[in-house]
Design a protein around this ligand. Structure first.
Ligand code: ADP
Ligand code: ADP
Ligand code: ZN
Length: 215
């Protein structure tokens, strides 16, 4: 199963990805997570990406595409994978298509998680992430049992540097201009499935799995 999770920042891609990869036993490939991990390790890649991330802008296509191509060559992707946060531009989508054509491994489907912009701001500014395992919470919509502590691993929760009101607004605008056109792109290929992401986490998950189980 080779899947893309598409949707604006805050739509719930990471939240659904956590559950989907557990159910389908495929690796979760999140370009945002890759950049944050690189930054934590203090690598050149991490430092370059940070400049863009802090401003709510996209990291340049060539950098992102190379990283994803390399990741998809690893053995654990043989039975499939879930891409979260990639592609985010038409150029990235075309580069991915080209690479999948070459390897003869077409996408199973693209799940478009649809949420109104008004709701995204509250979701992103209330988001908290685990320093240990990367799990995502929300102070109101999906709180941990103990404040600021991860239910799964006990590590501390933190707020991402780019989850501030100003940066979120910029990211939503970048989504509208550069990523939203991918909806038409994949719809044109006949592999786009749109789900209503404004519903409860469990309901959204049920809808996505029922779509995937039919593919
Ligand atoms: P994305 O990866 O698309 O940016 P996340 O999965 O990180 O989105 O979710 C953004 C925030 O919204 C998180 O704080 C998460 O806990 C919360 N969230 C995710 N799905 C839902 C939902 N269906 N209803 C309410 N809040 C949600
Ligand atoms: P979210 O989905 O919550 O907006 P991500 O963790 O996916 O956040 O991405 C955080 C930041 O990392 C983006 O704002 C962007 O700067 C960078 N980034 C992640 N994926 C890509 C990508 N495919 N292309 C360009 N930049 C990316
Ligand atoms: Zn954790």
């Amino acid at each position: 199963m080779r899947i893309i999770l598409l949707g604006p920042p805050g739509a719930g891609k990471g939240t659904q990805a956590e559950k989907l990869v557990k159910k389908y036993k495929i690796p979760h490939i999140s370009t945002g997570d890759i950049f944050r991990a690189a930054l934590q390790e203090g690598t050149e890649l991490g430092l370059r990406a940070k400049e863009y991330m802090d401003e709510g802008k996209l990291v340049p296509d060539d950098l992102v595409v190379d990283i994803v191509k390399e990741r998809l060559e690893q053995d654990d992707t043989k039975n499939g994978y879930l891409l979260d946060g990639f592609p985010r531009t038409l150029a990235q989508a075309e580069a991915l298509d080209e690479s999948l054509r070459t390897s003869g491994t077409p996408l199973t489907g693209v799940i478009n998680v649809d949420v109104e912009p008004e709701e995204l701001l509250e979701r992103l500014t209330g988001r908290r992430v685990c320093r240990g395992c990367g799990s995502t919470y929300h102070i109101k919509f999906n709180p941990p049992t103990v404040r600021s502590v991860c239910d799964k691993c006990g590590a501390e929760l933190y707020q991402r540097d780019d989850d501030t009101v100003e940066t979120v607004k910029q990211r939503l605008e970048v989504y509208r201009q550069q990523t939203a056109p991918l909806i038409d792109y994949y719809s044109g290929q006949g592999i786009l499935f749109t789900v209503d992401g404004s519903r409860e986490i469990e309901e959204v998950f049920r809808e996505i799995t029922s779509i995937l189980d039919q593919q």
